[in-house]
Design a protein around this ligand. Structure first.
Ligand SMILES: Cc1cc2nc3c(=O)[nH]c(=O)nc-3n(C[C@H](O)[C@H](O)[C@H](O)COP(=O)(O)OP(=O)(O)OC[C@H]3O[C@@H](n4cnc5c(N)ncnc54)[C@H](O)[C@@H]3O)c2cc1C
Length: 265
């Protein structure tokens, strides 16, 4: 939104085409939920950086930091971190030392990175919600199929009311989340501040993905605990929804702020 035409052409176009892998570095060893604690800095005259981060980065060909500058060399990737889920997207600890960035790679105005990031979070959170709707639908659908054919004590698992009622309830919750997302996006497209609704939707998505994957996995019995089925992968992967892009607790704090019920420090 704030980058020059040249930057979009150089970085955005190949990223969208899939030729570049990009990453966004916000979290630091000492700053996660509290983004204002970020320690790293840009020295515009020297054009150098020094920082330490843990981000989605291994294998990335371009890197975008909170100062909203783009650079691609002089970065030391220290350690690829093994994770519970999201294993097809690498996460690594990285260090920057004397990384030189051409001034033309600055996105927007100098000193506005934090503001831009706060704006970007709304889009990222709405996008995050949109990305979990289909996985949840898929897993409910696959669970219906599996429990319909899996017979226990002479009848399909699905025929137990506790199973089909629970699946119906989860499907209803997914539709409610979709409605909230549509409402928030419609307001956003009209130019409104949707911080509260985006935070509510992100919070609900984090909670619901945990409920859907946990409940569905249970209905698969022992098969659900294996890596042979999709439900176990979604159980691991979607757990990130309550953490990445702002934790559930961060979402609750934002909602409280908008409701004017967050105690002032
Ligand atoms: C797989 C994965 C991918 C990631 N990708 C990226 C990426 O691409 N780019 C990037 O910049 N970062 C990335 N992150 C980092 C992610 O954004 C942070 O982990 C997240 O913001 C939380 O920060 P933290 O881990 O430092 O937790 P902390 O800030 O240390 O929080 C610890 C716990 O305290 C809770 N807490 C905080 N405040 C309160 C409060 N007021 N009340 C109650 N509880 C509270 C938090 O909710 C959390 O549960 C990724 C993380 C993971 C796991």
């Amino acid at each position: 939104r704030f980058g020059s035409h040249e930057l979009k052409k150089q970085f955005l176009v190949p990223t969208i085409a899939g030729d570049f892998v990009a990453c966004l570095g916000i979290s630091e060893a000492g700053a996660g939920s509290d983004v204002s604690l970020l320690s790293w800095n840009v020295h515009s005259h020297l054009q150098t950086f020094l920082s330490e981060n843990i981000v989605h980065v291994h294998g990335a060909s371009i890197f975008c930091e909170l100062s909203h500058t783009l650079f691609s060399s002089g970065i030391h990737v220290a350690k690829k971190i093994d994770k519970l889920g999201m294993r097809s997207s690498d996460t690594a600890q990285i260090f920057f030392e004397d990384v030189r960035v051409p001034c033309k790679n600055l996105i927007g105005e100098e000193g506005k990175g934090f503001t831009y990031q706060m704006l970007q979070f709304q889009e990222e959170r709405l996008w995050g919600v949109a990305t979990v709707l289909t996985p949840m639908e898929t897993i409910i659908g696959e669970t219906v199929d599996y429990t319909r054919q899996r017979k226990v004590f002479g009848q399909p698992v699905l025929h137990n009311q506790t199973v089909h009622f629970r699946l119906a309830e989860l499907a209803t919750e997914v539709e409610l989340l979709r409605s909230l997302l549509h409402r928030a996006v419609a307001l956003y497209v009209e130019g409104n501040d949707v911080t509260k609704f985006a935070s509510m939707a992100k919070l609900k998505a984090g909670r619901l993905t945990r409920e859907v994957t946990d409940s569905c996995l249970q209905f698969w019995g022992g098969m659900g605990f294996t890596s042979e089925v999709l439900v176990s992968r979604f159980y691991r992967d979607l757990r990130l929804m309550s953490i990445g892009g702002g934790t559930d607790e961060t979402m609750l704090s934002i909602i409280c702020k908008y409701m004017d019920i967050l105690p002032r420090k």
